[in-house]
Design a binder for this molecule. Structure first.
Ligand SMILES: CC(C)(COP(=O)(O)OP(=O)(O)OC[C@H]1O[C@@H](n2cnc3c(N)ncnc32)[C@H](O)[C@@H]1OP(=O)(O)O)[C@@H](O)C(=O)NCCC(=O)NCCS
Length: 184
């Protein structure tokens, strides 16, 4: 299956080998990893393994994070989209989560919000999901703002044991809420 979604300023498509160099630049930046509960990567092999894992998710789950391409430049600016979470998080297993990550030079342009809205729309319209979740470190204010601009509603905080007992926000949007939303 080939994904290609156009938004006003962005293209969302499957991650490709040609994205790895820019992806490595993004993930080797400590600022990018400040709230992620893990360390910035030190070698490209780490990104290659993440890429293979996402290829596997595309094949097994029919979904996974997408590359985000800036239309005006043709550049890779980050990744965004829906992931099928097979592990237990906050007592829930086998659910869909929207997430995103951008090169620091592209922060503050609204790309996270624009791409996440497109991903949520895809989740409800094409994948026929009933609900989509969002998870952020409680101190990651900008990420919570993105989710709330996409009309996900804060449910509670929880401790994510798999990520060094990081305290996280747990947010959610159900299809009926999305259908009524004026943000889309
Ligand atoms: C969190 C992140 C995805 C936000 O991406 P973004 O494209 O900058 O987000 P948006 O432009 O849609 O803006 C979201 C909010 O953050 C604010 N913001 C973004 N960059 C900012 C900056 N450098 N300084 C101050 N505020 C900033 C925006 O103003 C906006 O707030 P508003 O609604 O009050 O205007 C991005 O900072 C990032 O990639 N961080 C590292 C990875 C990460 O934390 N991912 C999320 C994990 S849950």
């Amino acid at each position: 299956m080939k994904f290609h979604i156009d938004t006003e300023r962005l293209i969302l498509r499957e991650l490709q080998v040609g994205d790895l160099h820019d992806w490595f630049e993004m993930d080797s930046n400590p600022e990018v990893h400040k709230y992620l509960g893990n360390q910035p990567v030190k070698n490209i092999e780490h990104i290659e393994n993440a890429f293979l894992s996402i290829q596997q998710q595309y094949a097994e789950n029919g979904i996974g994070r997408w590359a985000v391409i800036e239309k005006s430049s043709g550049n890779f600016v980050g990744w965004s989209g829906i992931k099928f979470m097979r592990q237990t998080v906050n007592g829930k297993i086998d659910f869909h989560e929207v997430g995103y990550r951008f090169l620091q030079k592209h922060w503050g342009k609204g790309y996270a919000t624009e791409s996440a809205k497109a991903a949520v729309r895809y989740g409800f319209e094409e994948m026929k999901l009933k609900e989509i979740y969002g998870i952020t470190n409680v101190t990651n204010i900008n990420s919570r703002k993105v989710l709330e601009k996409c009309e996900l509603k804060f449910i509670e905080t929880f401790v994510w044991e798999d990520f060094d007992n990081m305290e996280c926000n747990w947010l959610k949007i159900a299809k009926e809420e999305w259908e009524k939303s004026t943000a889309y």
